[in-house]
Structure formats: structure tokens, C-alpha cells
Design a protein around this ligand. Sequence first.
Ligand SMILES: Nc1ncnc2c1ncn2[C@@H]1O[C@H](COP(=O)(O)OP(=O)(O)OP(=O)(O)O)[C@@H](O)[C@H]1O
Ligand SMILES: [Mg+2]
Length: 324
Amino acid sequence: MSDPVIRAINLKTYFPVRKGLFRIAGYVRAVDEVSLEIYPGETLALVGESGCGKTTLGKTLLRIVEPTAGKIFFKGQEITNTDYNEMKKLRRRMAMIFQDPYASIDPSYSVFKVIEEPLEIHGIGTREERAELVMKALEEVRLIPPEEFARKYPHMLSGGQRQRVAIARALVLRPDFIVADEPVSMLDASVRVEILLLLRELQKKHNLSYLYITHDIATSKYFSERIAVMYAGKIIELGPSSMLLKNPLHPYTRALIDAIPDPDPSNRFRIREVIKGEPPDLSNPPTGCRFHPRCPYAMDICKQVIPEFKEYQPGHLVACHLYD
Ligand SMILES: Nc1ncnc2c1ncn2[C@@H]1O[C@H](COP(=O)(O)OP(=O)(O)OP(=O)(O)O)[C@@H](O)[C@H]1O
Ligand SMILES: [Mg+2]
């Protein structure tokens, strides 16, 4: 296999919990010892309950949020401590698409300006060349005729069209790696598939790698080569999508899959009906396996020892004492 586009080794992102102005009372361990790789042209789906650390992991990989420990590599180059100027150059080759296109696009900018801005920031092309790139990007995301859409303002667009603008903005710099953070969860069901198919088409065309963050393990099968399941700051299972869905190993993954026959995929709380209890407080997670208080199979060892994340079958990894 070719070298990964992105690789994380034992990555940790802790947020200090302050008491008063200065005293640090503890840390929210949003990302805790995560290791993963994403290969060229591949989508890795990252699934898990609200608050488990998905967005923090995505932002840390791009160094929008600074890691507390561990290492990040981009195309073989370590970027964990890369300085601001060098990072700015690398940023051209990575991008993030957010859940809420209303919040991520400046409402006072025309569509043209939204897409042109990253080109300007990175000093790319003349005015005319930039205009041409913007028109091409609009065509690629099917906002046609591009001249007409370029003149519009965000409030004149539908949610789906606005997300297309966000995608055009992310793609205009020709990145290699994109973190798509629940890119369709705020859109109407009818346009969700369209946007996901567009992302897949653009991926093929440009050999892009995606980290696709989602609550929806069911449809992630169609939009990802591999799935990583996150629980309370840790990846607890990772494997090829069809293998993981057919033969889930971790009790938490099984619970996520049991929660699937839900007519409304936006119902992110159904999981709570399948496994009892709440996910842990990340500033004070349980000892041993973080899932043990909710696990129907918990054994004594689960309360004391953090399970190792290891290969069960080629390419299928799990962190669970059931497989020791
Ligand atoms: N800037 C921050 N400062 C302090 N705590 C933070 C910060 N960002 C996130 N957190 C905390 O880190 C944990 C993980 O949050 P994160 O947003 O990464 O979860 P998520 O899996 O993306 O959730 P959702 O599915 O709701 O988007 C949460 O407890 C959150 O409150
Ligand atoms: Mg999030």
C-alpha cells in the first residue's frame, strides 16, 4: 500500500478545566492516545456519540487545535511542531468542511469572495486567474451557471447550495486531505445523498483523502472504505467498512449497529435506548476500559486495565478484553 496521507501516533488533546482565573482543576481528555492512518484516495469514517471527541480529533489532525502529546505526519513529514509559516504552506493541502454552512461562511461575502479568499490568502494567481479558478470550482460543485452563483450572497442559497459553496472553498486550493465534519447532518434528507455523492465524485477525480465525521454508522458504509469507532476520546474499533458492519467486535460497536433500524438517521440519541447510561465525563473517565460501566460483558479486568488496541484480523483492530 502507498504511504498514508495522514498518520497520527498516540495523539492526545487535553483541554484544561479552569477554576477561577488561573487554577487548572483538571483536563478534558477529548482525544486520548489515538493512532490512525488515512491513505490516498480513501475515506475513513469516524463515528461515535456526541461529545466523544470526533471534532477535536479532526481539528487536531489539521492542527487547528494543538495536540497535547503524540505525533502527526502529513505525507510522511512530521507536522506536530511545525511553525506558523511552514504550517501556512501546508494548510493549502488540507481543509475542513463543517456541519453548519451558515456558521462557516461569512454572510457578508458574495459566493465569489468566499471561494476566492483562500486563493488570496495564499497569494495564488492574478485577479483573472483567481476568477477562473473560482468559476471552475463552482462548476465542479454544480452551481451552474457559475457566473450567476458567484454574484449571490449566502442568504440567497439553500442549505445544500451553501454546503456546495463550502466544498468549493475547501477544494479550490487542491488539497490532499479534507476533514468533513458531519457535512450533511444539517441538510434535508433529500439533499444529503446528493452532497455525499458529490464529495465521493470529487474524491475520485482528485485522489482526495477524507476523514468523514458522522453519527450515522449505517450510511458510512456507502461513503467510506474504513470505519473508526470512537468512544470517550479513544478509537475502540477500526476496520474495513463492510467487515466492521458485518462482524462488529466491540460491544459498543455492536450497540451502535443495533441502534441502526431507525427511520430517522438524525436521531442521534437512539443509542441511549440500546445501551444504558451516559458516556463518561471526559475530565474524569473511568479506570480500565472507558466503556466498562455501560458494557453488558464487563469483567473484573475491564475495571482495572485499559485494553490494548490490537489487530484481531488483518486490518481489523479492536480494544476490548473479550479478545485478549
Ligand atoms: N475548545 C474546547 N475547550 C474545552 N473543552 C472542549 C473544547 N472543544 C471541545 N471540548 C470538549 O471536548 C469533548 C469532545 O468534544 P468534541 O466536540 O470533539 O466532540 P464530538 O464527538 O465532535 O461531539 P458532537 O458529535 O456533538 O459534535 C467534549 O467534552 C467537549 O466539551
Ligand atoms: Mg463534533
